[in-house]
Design a protein around this ligand. Structure first.
Ligand code: IPD
Ligand code: CA
Ligand code: CA
Length: 265
């Protein structure tokens, strides 16, 4: 199968999963907590991941899937073709707002991201990218990011990191929020990365993200020129939880040098 055929398959799978999620809106949800009281998962997160796993196992028995809810495979390396899926990114928004959540999917071949998708289910907005062929919002190509500077930037940052914490120099983050034009927090890492890809945000950072939060967006944002790294400036980690910064290329290094200071652990 060619990459274009795989792209068409993945898009139709995502759209079908999205239709199922839209149909579920308004019906009773089963809500459970995971790591803590604010870490939510619903029956729809689980059903959506199962839907992808069943289809991929049926149609691509040689492919592997890493999914947040654990119905896929145990993945320790990115050999072969690997699908990295967050069935619902922004579950808290899904539960409380019935919007501002997305399906996030990245497809990797021998460790290289070849196809990326973020589907804003409620607004029927599909961000997608094929490596080397640009990024799209539905059928419209996203423009390359244009130059900006910190004082003209809007940055996605979680308010948690403005409070004293053991990991990050919060004073430096407060300085960042003062220096930029505006700070935003949407509650879906995938949508925030999509916003960086489209230039609606100039940067997004998070101290702790998992591979499924970033896999789709990482591929899409790369196509419009965004730079991704962890807080130490190393390549983004697609196998383990890590810090994550994605930014317009004209401010990425400045953010690392001036504002993001990890505390010694
Ligand atoms: C979460 C969202 C949130 C981010 C968290 C993620 P989930 O994903 O992306 O914006 O701050 O770190 O875990 O749990 O809704 O899939
Ligand atoms: Ca997530
Ligand atoms: Ca999720």
């Amino acid at each position: 199968m060619t990459t274009s055929e795989l792209d068409r398959y993945a898009k139709s799978l995502i759209k079908e999963a999205g239709r199922r999620i839209r149909h579920s809106l308004g019906s009773d949800l089963t809500i459970e907590t995971k790591a803590d009281a604010n870490d939510l998962v619903t029956n729809i997160d689980k059903e959506t991941e199962r839907f992808f796993v069943e289809r991929i196992r049926r149609d691509f028995p040689g492919h592997r899937l890493l999914g947040e809810e654990g119905f896929g495979d145990l993945i320790e390396g990115l050999e072969g073709t690997v699908w990295i899926l967050d069935p619902i990114d922004g579950t808290m928004n899904f539960v409380h707002q019935q919007r501002n959540f997305a399906i996030s999917l990245g497809i990797f071949e021998e460790g290289t991201g070849i196809l990326g998708y973020i589907y804003d289910v409620v607004n029927d907005e599909l961000y997608s990218a094929k490596k080397g062929e640009g990024a799209y919002l539905n059928d419209e190509r996203l423009a390359d990011l244009s130059e900006t500077a910190v004082p003209e930037s809007i940055v996605g940052v979680n308010s948690t990191w403005l409070m004293p914490n053991p990991y990050l120099d919060h004073e430096a983050i407060i300085r960042l929020v003062r220096d930029i034009r505006g700070a935003r927090s949407y509650g879906s890492a995938a949508l925030e990365i999509a916003h960086v890809a489209s230039g609606r945000l100039d940067a997004y950072m998070s101290l702790r993200l998992s591979p499924w939060d970033i896999a789709g967006g990482f591929i899409i944002a790369h196509e419009t020129g965004a730079i991704a790294s962890n807080f130490r400036g190393e390549p983004a980690n697609l196998l383990e939880q890590d810090s994550f910064l994605i930014a317009n290329p004209s401010i990425h290094q400045t953010l690392l040098d001036r504002y993001i200071k990890m505390k010694a652990q």
